[in-house]
Write a protein that binds this ligand. Structure first.
Ligand code: PMP
Length: 463
């Protein structure tokens, strides 16, 4: 029998990503059919405030017609071309020029002068790993190949980017990580600080451990360190005080390239255009994606310093070609949409808006700290993480079998609020255009979701 409802057809044919496939096969899911500002609507007409901006990415919400119009115009003018074999097209040139002009550059940092476009954050980070290997071969340091990521870091799900990521469920049964990938500590102060340890002392411990990891593995073999300014998929974890200030000199000391993954943080999420500005980061390579096109087209970027590009150029001359590229990289429609997105951020003052609304958002969430399930609220700009705890003060977690995070996520969805649970952490990253009134609605619905779950688990006397 052919499945006849849309949900039944979805269940029958589509393999969903990062989903428990057995539960999905039993229960099905939600099909989103429309969007309007910070809201999306499902096929039954139910409306949700999208407090995750899709995948931390739909920065301009779900009905920005200026982007649709640019895409349509570009499709008519030149729907496709590539950047292989010394050919190219204007949308990629225009986007490259504009992006590099606003690229992060902290005092003392090398400027980022070149850019490669891809279709996803994973592809840009994966390409970065290849380039880091290529670069070290080119400069005569072929042993310098190992990459350090961090536990709970997220950089994508290709074979190499899942390896640099530090999420055990992304390694298990995929035969990952590949050899040559190491993981430094997860700098999650609330969870892992020792009694009485200050944030600064905790950061110092993280930096000391990183240096030990480098020394234990021979600094002459370590090529690069990957970090997100704020860890997203790991649980919306803001870095503790002085963390990057203490980490960066260690990288310099051992001649280790620093890749900053701005895939979530880039374009205003943290209240500055770049996470690099918020945390004073001086990278050699920067990746970005998601909000580069407000997620209206799949496009990401990898930006490089001239030093890296010069070595690539020399190597490609020697080898006859820089033998790397994807068919849809620098797709003209995606480039045109991304360029318009950057223009909108500028003309609409999107980053300034984030700075104005962020205190309302973060104070609103902190006002929930009186709730019995709340352990911690942390955040920067429109990027927040909440720890659900059986006893917040004593940092006593709920029993994992209770799946409290999942319960809160489901309860919120039933109330018309989309949030994301990461274990018993809840991430909230609404579209950057969210208004103060919509933030108030978000906080009200979130409290209601917490109340409903609390009523259930308290009455069950399961904690
Ligand atoms: N880096 C970070 C920090 C991310 O959050 C993500 C995706 N959530 C990626 C890389 C991978 O991006 P994509 O899903 O576009 O491949």
């Amino acid at each position: 029998m052919q499945p006849n409802s849309n949900r039944a057809r979805d269940k029958a044919y589509v393999v969903h990503q990062h989903t428990n496939l057995a539960i999905y096969d039993r229960d099905g899911g939600t099909l989103i059919t429309g969007g309007d500002g910070v809201y999306v609507t499902d096929e039954d007409g139910k409306r949700y405030l999208e407090a995750m901006a899709g995948m931390w990415s739909a920065s301009l919400g779900f009905s920005e017609h200026r982007l649709a119009e640019v895409a349509y115009r570009q499709m008519k003018a030149l729907p496709y071309y590539h950047t292989f074999y010394a050919r190219g097209h204007l949308p990629s040139v225009d986007l490259a020029e504009t992006l590099l002009a606003i690229a992060p550059r902290q005092p003392g940092a090398e400027p980022l002068t070149k850019v490669m476009f891809h279709c996803s954050g994973s592809e840009s980070n994966d390409t970065a790993i290849k380039l880091i290997w290529y670069y070290h071969n080119a400069i005569g340091k072929p042993n310098k190949k190992r990459i350090i990521g961090r536990h709970r870091g997220y950089h994508g799900c290709t074979i190499a980017t899942a390896s640099v990521s530090g999420n055990p469920t992304m390694h298990q049964d995929f035969d990952l990580p590949l050899p040559g990938f190491l993981h430094a500590d997860n700098p999650h102060y609330y969870r892992f600080h020792e009694e009485g340890e200050s944030e600064e002392a905790f950061s110092q411990r993280m930096a000391d451990n990183l240096e030990r990891l480098i020394l234990d593995n021979d600094p002459g073999t370590i090529a690069a360190f990957f970090a997100e300014p704020v860890q997203g998929g790991g649980g919306a974890i803001t870095p503790p005080a002085r963390y990057f200030e203490l980490i960066q000199p260690i990288l310099k000391k051992y001649d280790i390239l620093f890749l900053v993954d701005e895939v979530i943080c880039g374009f205003g999420r943290t209240g500055s255009l770049w996470g690099c500005q918020t945390y004073d980061l001086r990278p050699d390579l920067v990746t970005c994606g998601k909000a580069l096109s407000a997620s209206y087209q799949p496009i990401s970027a990898l930006m490089l310093t001239q030093k890296i590009f010069d070595a690539m150029m020399a190597e490609s001359e020697k080898l006859g070609s820089f033998a790397h590229g994807y068919t849809h990289s620098a797709h003209p429609v995606a480039c045109a949409v991304a360029l318009e997105t950057l223009n909108i951020y500028e003309s609409d003052g999107t980053v300034e808006h984030v700075r104005r609304v962020a205190p309302v958002f973060l104070d609103g969430l902190r006002s929930l700290l009186d709730h019995p399930m709340m352990g911690d609220v942390r955040g920067v700009g429109l990027f927040a993480g909440v720890e659900l705890m059986a006893d917040g003060g004593k940092r006593i977690p709920f029993p994992p079998a209770l799946k409290v995070g999942q319960q809160v996520q489901d309860e919120c969805q039933a109330l018309g609020l989309i949030v994301r649970c990461i274990g018993d952490r809840i991430a909230l990253t609404p579209p950057l255009i969210i208004t103060a009134d919509e933030v108030a609605e978000l906080v009200r619905l979130f409290r209601q979701g917490l109340d409903n779950v609390w009523a259930r688990i308290r009455d069950d006397q399961r904690v």
